[in-house]
Each structure stands twice: as structure tokens, then as C-alpha cells.
Design a protein around this ligand. Structure first.
Ligand code: B12
Length: 273
């Protein structure tokens, strides 16, 4: 199946096309459920041009995993858009995260989880349980498509109950292809949240805390520079990336760099072009 891709216009300020390096990277930026399905992600629309204008990046896909999940629910589970919207509108707080938790407890009956007590009296309980059961197959399908597309770098954004779905996708992608570099960013990674996620979730190589406009260029340069080498060095380069959480040394200890000055001015496009 083709990945859903939405094009992005290069910022007006960046009129000179980048020089694409040999052996350049293929990057996919993914927006998972439960972001709204009727408008693009502000986060991915903001950062996509910052990847696109790097010479180290040959191909960029923006993948709406949330729209694919809705399609999957209709096609495979017999649910409707209204069921997706129930979770967007948070009829039960946290239910969207619970749905994707099934990816980390294979075969568990949703009715045998403690969270079930919070949804059992809802008239939508059967739909919630059907989603819980369907999530692992969806994550597997999307992960396989991404790996087959030849992606080198997978970036996920998380704000709208998107943590567990993002963890599940990155986890499955790493199982299928451990060399794919995984990044996570977004409001749910701000401050100590980003540090905690990076420490707890080994499927992410990097987490970016705070605004990313000044972090993407040096991080992509680092990832590109490390390609094909077993070298874990260049720690001083990583240490200089604002807000970056990364793994240090042979034991992979999580390090959180300080967040850079915010808010980032639009003039940053001038500086990075
Ligand atoms: C715009 C917005 C919306 C829009 C989203 C539009 C869209 N197309 O995306 C709409 C109106 C749909 C919306 C709806 C809701 N929202 Co709202 N929304 C916001 C708002 C005002 C801005 C978020 C935003 O897009 N910022 C701009 C982007 C560019 O910033 P960013 O995501 O942080 O991204 C930067 C970095 O984080 C980083 N980054 C982000 N992703 C990635 C990924 C990678 C790989 C990398 C490297 C970097 C990176 O780079 C970006 C550039 O620096 C925030 C409040 C705020 N001021 O932050 C609330 C906010 C996010 N919303 C909130 C809430 C509660 C909701 C609703 C539940 C409200 C409701 N009851 O209906 C719904 C949920 C809908 C849903 N499930 O999708 C809360 C979330 C609280 C939480 N963390 O749980 C917030 C924080 C407001 C608040 N203080 O209560 N919202």
C-alpha cells in the first residue's frame, strides 16, 4: 500500500536548492493517532522544510498515520469516523493511549486490564475494545510499509495522546530494522517529559525537547556523518544540539542537553538556509 504523503512548500526565504550529498538520507516524519484527521499537523508542517532544505536529505515523506489508522478502522474493524472522533474529543481521558497499549501486551483481553473499569459503562465500550484488539496489526502494517519504503530516519511527533502509538510504531520499526534512526519530538517531550521518555523508551535513539528549529540541522548532519560507521564518537557534536536527548558511551546512558532559547524567531529560516 502507498504511504499517504502530503507535499510541503519550501519556505520563501530558502530560494537556493540544497546540494544533495551522495548517499543521502531518506526521512519519514509521522503523525500518529489521535491527532485530528481534517487538518495537517502544525508540528510536522513546521519542521518538514527544515529537513527538506538539508543536503543530507534526499527524500522526505510526511506520513499521516492517524489517517491511515482511521482508514484501517473502517476497512478492517467495521468502525466509523465518529468512533475515532470519540477519542479525539476524549470521552474518557486517556483511552487513546490505552488503545495502543495492546501493542506492548500481546494477546491480552482488553476487559482484563485495569483501565477497562473506566470505560466499561460507556455505550462505546465495544468500539474501544475493538480498537484495542486491532492496534497491533495496524502498527505492524505501517511499520512494514515504512521499512519497505527504505526509510533511514523515522521522526515522530507527539502532542495529542500520541505517545503510546508513537512508542509502538518506533518499537516495531526497530524490531524489523534496527539500523533505522528514530527521533521523537513535540509538546509531550517538553521539559522533563522528554528526558523521562528517552530514559524509558529504548526504541528512540533521540528525543528533542522544546522547539526544534535550531536542532534539526546539526542532528541530521551528525546522523549522516555516522552512516555506515560503527563509531559512537562525536559526543561533543551531540552535546551542542539544543534540547537533544541522546545516548552516550558504550552503555548508552541517556543524556539530556539544555533546551535552547525560545521562542525561536522566524528569522531562523534565514540562518539555516
Ligand atoms: C494548535 C493547537 C491545536 C490545534 C491543532 C491543529 C493542528 N493542525 O495541528 C487544534 C485546534 C486541532 C487543537 C485541538 C486540541 N487541543 Co490543542 N493546542 C494547540 C496549540 C495552541 C499549539 C500546538 C501547536 O501546533 N504548536 C505549534 C507547533 C509547531 O509546535 P510543536 O508541536 O511544539 O512543535 C515544535 C517542537 O515541539 C518540535 N517538534 C514537534 N514534533 C516534532 C517531531 C520531531 C521528529 C522533531 C525532531 C521535532 C518536533 O518542533 C516544532 C517546532 O519547534 C497548543 C498550545 C500551545 N501553545 O502549545 C494546544 C494544546 C496542544 N492543545 C491541547 C488540547 C487539550 C487540545 C484538545 C484536547 C482540546 C479539546 N478539548 O478538544 C484538542 C485535541 C485534538 C486532537 N486530539 O488532535 C493541550 C494539550 C495538553 C496535553 N499535552 O495533553 C495544549 C497544550 C493546550 C493546553 N495548554 O491545554 N489544538
Amino acid at each position: 500500500m502507498e504511504l499517504i504523503q502530503i507535499g510541503h512548500q519550501r519556505p520563501v526565504l530558502d530560494s537556493v536548492p540544497p546540494v544533495v550529498h551522495e548517499d543521502a538520507l531518506s526521512v519519514a516524519l509521522v503523525c500518529m493517532p489521535w491527532a485530528v484527521v481534517d487538518m495537517p499537523s502544525l508540528a510536522l508542517s513546521t519542521i518538514a522544510p527544515l529537513f527538506e532544505q538539508r543536503g543530507e536529505v534526499e527524500k522526505l515523506d510526511v506520513v499521516y498515520g492517524n489517517i491511515r489508522w482511521l482508514d484501517f478502522l473502517v476497512r478492517e474493524v467495521g468502525l466509523e469516523r465518529d468512533h475515532y472522533e470519540l477519542i479525539v474529543d476524549a470521552e474518557v481521558f486517556g483511552v487513546g493511549e490505552w488503545v495502543f497499549s495492546s501493542c506492548f501486551r500481546p494477546g491480552v483481553d482488553p476487559r482484563h486490564t485495569s483501565f477497562y473499569e473506566l470505560v466499561r459503562d460507556s455505550e462505546n465500550v465495544d468500539a474501544y475494545c475493538a480498537m484495542f484488539r486491532a492496534a497491533p496489526a495496524f502498527i505492524d502494517e505501517l511499520a512494514r510499509d515504512l521499512v519497505a519504503s527504505g526509510v533511514d530516519v523515522l521522526g515522530l511527533t507527539t502532542t495529542f495522546d500520541q505517545n503510546i502509538a508513537s512508542f509502538a510504531l518506533a518499537h516495531r520499526v526497530k524490531e524489523l530494522s534496527p539500523s533505522i534512526v528514530t527521533l521523537l519530538g513535540g509538546a509531550n517531550c517538553d521539559g522533563v517529559q522528554g528526558t523521562a521518555v528517552h530514559r524509558a523508551r529504548a526504541e528512540f535513539d533521540y528525543v528533542i525537547r522544546g522547539e526544534a528549529e535550531r536542532s534539526i540541522a546539526p542532528l541530521i548532519a551528525h546522523i549522516s556523518g555516522c552512516r555506515g560507521s560503527d563509531e559512537h564518537g562525536h559526543e561533543e557534536r551531540l552535546r551542542a544540539v539544543p534540547g537533544l536527548c541522546w545516548r552516550s558511551g558504550t552503555d548508552g546512558a541517556s543524556v539530556s542537553n539544555p533546551i535552547g532559547p525560545t521562542p525561536v524567531s522566524i528569522a531562523v529560516f534565514n540562518l539555516l538556509g
